[in-house]
Each structure stands twice: as structure tokens, then as C-alpha cells.
Write a protein that binds this ligand. Structure first.
Ligand code: UD1
Length: 418
């Protein structure tokens, strides 16, 4: 079993390059099931979740090979299986994203109900609502869900909540449905725009991604393309907080600055200097950072995937900070772990109050989910002594060698085998 050890570190200094976005890579890999010619993806991050999605694609009959460490070639011409194995689905919730592509390409799909981070019920009703609107027959029991249709037909789908996964799955299913599909109250995340750009390169006809109304005109067939995954705004944000929390001076490169607006705004609000360049951002921390308030929202609101990391920072901000989590109903699992390090946090339903203290103390903690793990790494950088983080497979799901990037900036962080 591996643990990450973080020792109290000097202020982080230097420049670090951000990897491709996990949340763009996963749906784009799933969408690769749709194309019948060679697909080459660049800037694919080296993550456990990507590895699992590649296994899912192979299990369905796609050919997948690495051309370079971050470049993958996929060919799904011989796609021949519509069932995803329980072992794979159970490892990662995003495996559910193969449903839309399989439904439209093969006319059927059967999947175990997915696993992933334990941050709430995370139902899939909106995905299924979309498939149904396109004419699919849905069968569901406690263990699995199937969708069938000989002939998907475009329709208007209103999402009761702008779910990222549902928007992506319905968009993919609609690429080869007959006629026009409209997704209203669609999620507007940058990763949806990246997926839409990729699908259009394959020959799809999608307009409006990045707004709340997406229009998809069905086409007969999708081919091949080369596409580069957008940079990971959450990894970038995590490294930016590394600068703030250690009172350091860090430049993150390979970012799309507009995707980071809520993060830069909140860092400025607490007193950091943030300088934006064309594709990089510099964050300079200092001794006088003040409390801030955060409310998570769908994009372009403040991202729930940055909530835990900001809470790590709030533990030492002067004054009383608050966090309201509106996206997931159970995303405060990091609170108990931060409290083990001395943090002063109280929770009431979906809001947390954090009273800043002078210093945290190293402790034995657990990465309860992916972003919670990142929050503990950040807290460990400023805690007296050593912080031992257990269950780090959660962190490896979504961060490409997190310790290497922090170490490059001067952090005392390493992995141990027990
Ligand atoms: C994606 C991201 C995840 C991020 C989340 C919100 C990927 C691979 N993962 O997850 O990192 O935290 O967006 O930004 O891109 N919901 C329903 N019914 C549904 C689907 C969702 O009620 O059918 C609810 C969920 O329970 C949750 C909320 O909608 O409370 C947001 O979920 P959603 O946007 O779908 O997140 P994911 O796509 O799973």
C-alpha cells in the first residue's frame, strides 16, 4: 500500500506545466467509440481514470495504443460489444459515458451501475431521460441499466439540472440520431465545448456547446480526427492554491485563463496577486490573506471540484470563511480529515464555516475522494511536521503524478510503500 507524505515546505516557487484535463479526456475517449477511422488524441493525462476508460474501450472492441506518453491512437471500426463489464464500470463513474455512443452506434448498450467518488447519490436519471426522449427503450434494475433503439430520433430534452455527464451522454447519442436534438439547460463547462469540438472534427454537426442550448443535427456516420485535450483547470487551480497557501510565487503554464476566472477571482479576493498572461497565470501569496466565501455552482460559477482545495486554504485565512456546496449533497468528507490537522470547521447541512487558525499540524489522514486528497496535500504543505495521506489511489485517479509537480516547485512531498 502506498501513502503520500507531505512535510512542511518552503514557499512554493517556480513554473509548472498543467496536464490535459481529466474531465475532457474521459468523455472524448468515450466519444472515440463513435468514429470508424483513426483517432489520435494528444495531451491525454496519465491518470488511473484514463487507464480505466482505455480498458473499457478495448473491452468493447476498440483498438487503443499509446504513440507517445500523452498521445493515444484509437480505432473503433470493429466495435463489437455493447456490454461493459462490472469490474470496469464499478471503478469509475465516468465509464457510464460509453452509453450514449454505444446506443447511437450499435443500437444497444448494457451497463452495470457505475462507481466513482462517493460524493453523493449521483443518480443518472437525466442521462436516461435524454435517451428516452430520443426514442430509446430503457430497462433498469438495482445492478444494471440497458438502453435499446433501432432508430434514434432527434427531440428536445430539458435537463432539470445542467448535469455535465448527462449533457455529454445525450450530445453523443444525438450525433447519429435522425433529425435535430436540442438540449436545453445544458451544462456549459469548457469540457463540453472540447467534446463538441472533437465530435465536430469527426463529422458531427453540433452548435451551441458552451451555452445553455445545444443543437445537434444527426449525421449518418462519424470518421476520424486528431485532437488535443484542453488543459486541466482543476489541476491548475490546485497548483495556484499551492502558491497562495505557502505564500509562494508560482506560474502555471498551459492554461486557458478564461476557464480559471472563478478561481483567480477568489484568490484575488483573499489578497493574492494574480497575473494573467496569454496561456499562463502567476500567483503570489503573502502574509495577510483574508477570509473569503464560496458557493459552488455549475460553470461559469465556482467549480465544486475546487471546493476542498479552497477549504484547505481557508483553514489559515484570517477571519471566518464560508463554503456552500450546491452541486453535490455529500462533499464535505475532507472536513473531518482537515480537522485532524487542527482546522476549525463546522458544518451545517450544505454549508461549512471555517475560522482561520495560525497553523495546522501534520497528521495521519485519508484521501476520502479525489479532490479531498488534493486538499490534504495542500494542507500538508503548511502543517507542522509530517502529514501521511492514505488511500491515495483517489488522488491518482485525477492528478498526473501530483507529487512530481509540487516537488518541482520546492515542496517536500514523496510517496512511500508500506
Ligand atoms: C462531472 C465531473 C466531476 C464534477 C461534476 C460537477 C467528469 C468525468 N466529472 O461529473 O468532476 O465534479 O461534473 O462539475 O466530468 N445529477 C442528477 N441526475 C443525473 C446526473 C446528475 O441528479 O442524471 C446530479 C448529481 O447527483 C449531482 C449534480 O447533478 O448532484 C452534478 O452532477 P453532474 O454534473 O452530472 O456531474 P458528473 O458528470 O457526474
Amino acid at each position: 500500500m502506498e501513502k503520500i507524505v507531505v512535510e512542511k515546505s518552503p514557499p512554493l516557487q517556480g513554473t509548472v506545466r498543467v496536464s490535459g484535463a481529466k474531465n475532457a479526456a474521459l468523455p472524448i475517449l468515450a466519444a472515440s467509440l463513435l468514429g470508424t477511422e483513426d483517432i489520435i488524441l494528444d495531451e491525454v493525462p496519465n491518470l488511473k481514470d484514463v487507464e480505466i476508460m482505455c480498458e473499457v474501450l478495448k473491452s468493447l472492441g476498440s483498438f487503443v495504443e499509446y504513440l507517445e506518453p500523452n498521445t493515444i491512437r484509437i480505432n473503433s471500426k470493429n466495435l463489437n460489444n455493447y456490454e461493459t463489464k462490472y469490474e470496469l464500470m464499478n471503478k469509475m463513474r465516468a465509464s457510464f459515458l460509453v452509453m450514449g455512443p454505444l446506443l447511437t452506434r450499435l443500437g444497444k448498450t448494457k451497463n452495470s451501475l457505475p462507481g466513482g467518488c462517493a460524493i453523493g447519490a449521483r443518480p443518472i436519471d437525466l442521462h436516461l431521460k435524454g435517451f428516452k426522449a430520443l426514442g430509446a427503450d430503457i430497462k433498469q434494475n438495482d445492478d444494471e441499466v440497458s438502453a435499446y433503439s433501432d432508430n434514434l430520433i432527434g427531440n428536445t430534452v430539458y435537463l432539470d439540472f445542467p448535469s455535465v455527464g448527462a449533457t455529454e451522454n445525450i450530445m453523443m447519442a444525438a450525433t447519429m440520431a435522425e433529425g435535430e436534438t436540442i438540449i436545453d439547460n445544458a451544462a456549459m463547462e469548457p469540457e463540453i465545448v472540447d467534446l463538441s469540438n472533437f465530435l465536430n472534427k469527426l463529422g458531427a454537426d453540433i452548435r451551441g456547446a458552451g451555452t445553455s442550448t445545444i443543437r445537434i443535427k444527426g449525421v449518418k456516420y462519424l470518421g476520424g480526427a486528431r485532437h488535443s485535450i484542453i488543459p486541466d483547470r482543476i489541476e491548475a487551480g490546485t497548483l495556484m492554491i499551492g502558491a497562495a497557501i505557502t505564500k509562494g510565487d508560482v506560474t502555471v503554464e498551459n492554461v486557458i485563463t478564461s476557464h480559471l476566472k472563478p478561481i483567480t477571482a477568489k484568490l484575488k479576493e483573499c489578497g493574492c496577486i494574480v497575473e494573467e498572461d496569454i496561456d499562463s497565470i502567476r500567483v503570489i501569496g503573502n502574509n495577510n490573506l483574508r477570509a473569503i466565501d464560496i458557493k459552488t455552482m455549475p460553470y461559469p460559477g465556482f467549480p465544486t471540484d475546487m471546493q476542498a482545495q479552497f477549504m484547505a486554504l481557508m483553514t489559515i485565512l484570517e477571519g471566518k470563511s464560508t463554503v456552500i456546496e450546491t452541486v453535490f449533497e455529500n462533499r464535505f468528507m475532507h472536513v473531518e480529515e482537515l480537522k485532524k490537522m487542527g482546522a476549525n470547521i463546522t458544518i451545517e447541512e450544505r454549508s461549512a464555516t471555517i475560522v482561520g487558525i495560525k497553523k495546522l499540524i501534520g497528521a495521519e489522514v485519508r484521501a476520502t475522494d479525489l479532490r479531498a486528497g488534493a486538499a490534504l496535500v495542500l494542507a500538508g504543505l503548511i502543517a507542522e511536521g509530517k502529514t501521511y495521506i492514505d488511500e491515495i489511489y483517489h488522488i491518482d485517479r485525477g492528478y498526473d503524478k501530483i507529487e512530481d509537480k509540487f516537488r518541482k516547485l520546492g515542496a517536500n512531498i514523496y510517496r512511500i510503500e508500506l
